[in-house]
Design a protein around this ligand. Structure first.
Ligand SMILES: NC(=O)c1ccc[n+]([C@@H]2O[C@H](COP(=O)([O-])OP(=O)(O)OC[C@H]3O[C@@H](n4cnc5c(N)ncnc54)[C@H](O)[C@@H]3O)[C@@H](O)[C@H]2O)c1
Length: 371
């Protein structure tokens, strides 16, 4: 398969997408990090180990330090970042050297954040290995770790030197993790591109059931371009980039209320969150009944998780709200939402806020809302 290059004139790194793309590493690293001697390979232990062999071969001209992790959200913590940073410093890593993350969004956020703070910034290369990290987490330069008060509350904006998105990694993912990544593909279509949504109506099964590489490649490239559109206009998330948070205000509350356990993963929480945000959009007269029904039909046609009530009892809703209050986008005692206006278009950031004291009632109404 031919490797495609995604460029954006406002972003100074490239994304190489295709089956077999990791074979570009040797030449590209020489170009983007010409003075590097040492490489820290931050490797997700669930990525098949044959890729370790391929990568080490690509990096045979460097001194490679392998750091392997079984990942869960606890990896995104100061304790773990501190431990990795101390090891890098002990091994005399300097700004010419490189940290390469090989894994999903968790490894990428963890390695990217560490790269951004050690010696005030070491070269960072991202090799995303889950669908979610290929279509979303690796793009845009946000890195982050969690705190007991919520998700991604500490972090930095730090762009990689390049991203290598190799479709072959997706072969070993579970269907659950494919759907997780699909959540962000769907989000990109809903907030920005009606034609892409129409295309997804016809092609979703080829992505999540058949793992069809040609279809996946199209969806990944389209998704990365939509994300880059928002990021390049507003890297620091002061305005338009917030639209990417459609469904995420709920999702972050849901994940935190589950203690970031595998009871519900990030993408499932995003799918449930987008479903709630769409119903809220209808209730607030932001979108029509037709838009609400079309999105609802898409969920049921593709059997996507949508129902908060399946994961939580009513009693737990206040806990979700407590975490939603801590979201970075809130600046007063109200919770900020991005609502959908029609497929491909959302409200402007800051236009819809709901008082914290009204939230429990609203969530109850949304969960019980049948049409
Ligand atoms: N920085 C950003 O802009 C951004 C955007 C979206 C999400 N995120 C973050 O990304 C994280 C979620 O990312 P994710 O969904 O990739 O989760 P993840 O990193 O937990 O990966 C999901 C699971 O797949 C395994 N895995 C990874 N690659 C594999 C492979 N090739 N084969 C088999 N198993 C593999 C992992 O070990 C893990 O068990 C969250 O922490 C979220 O906050 C960050």
């Amino acid at each position: 398969m031919k490797v495609s290059i995604i460029k954006n004139k406002n972003v100074d790194y490239q994304i190489f997408v295709g089956s077999g793309a990791i074979k570009l590493l040797k030449t590209k690293i020489k170009f983007y990090c010409p003075n590097a001697n040492k490489i820290a390979l931050i490797f997700d232990k669930k990525v098949p180990s044959k890729y370790k062999v391929v990568l080490k071969k690509q990096l045979k001209n460097y001194k490679v330090y392998l750091h392997e992790y079984f990942v869960n959200e606890n990896l995104k913590s100061f304790t773990k970042v501190n431990s990795l940073s101390e090891k890098l410093i002990k091994n005399n890593f300097n700004r010419n050297d490189v940290i390469i993350s090989v894994g999903g969004g968790i490894i990428g956020d963890f390695a990217g954040f560490t790269a951004s703070i050690v010696k005030r910034g070491i070269n960072f290369i991202n090799i995303p290995t889950t669908l979610l990290s290929q279509v979303d987490a690796s793009v845009g330069g946000k890195t982050g770790i969690n705190t007991i008060k919520g998700k991604n509350l500490i972090g930095s904006f730090y762009q990689p030197k390049m991203i290598i998105t190799d479709l072959d990694f997706l072969r070993s993912l579970t269907k659950r993790d494919l759907i997780c990544g699909f959540a962000e593909i769907l989000k990109h279509s809903l907030i920005h591109d009606k034609n892409f949504f129409r295309w997804l109506k016809k092609n979703t099964k080829k992505i999540i059931e058949d793992l069809d590489f040609a279809t996946l490649k199209y969806a990944i490239i389209k998704s990365c371009k939509i994300k880059l559109y928002f990021v390049s206009k507003d890297e620091r998330e002061k305005s338009i980039r917030m639209k990417l948070n459609f469904g995420h205000t709920f999702a972050h509350g849901i994940e935190a209320a589950c203690n970031f356990s595998r009871k519900i993963n990030h993408g499932e929480a995003v799918l449930v969150g987008m479903n709630l945000a769409t119903k809220l959009s209808f209730k607030k007269k932001s979108c029509s009944f037709e838009t609400l029904s079309e999105i609802d039909k898409f969920y049921s046609d593709n059997n996507l998780p949508s129902n908060l009530g399946k994961y939580f009892s009513k009693k737990s809703f206040p806990k979700i709200i407590q975490y939603m209050i801590g979201d970075k986008k809130n600046v007063d005692d109200k919770i900020n939402f991005i609502l959908i206006k029609r497929i491909g278009k959302t409200s402007k950031p800051g236009n819809y806020k709901i008082k914290v004291r009204d939230m429990n009632n609203i969530i109850n109404r949304l969960v019980n809302f049948n049409f």
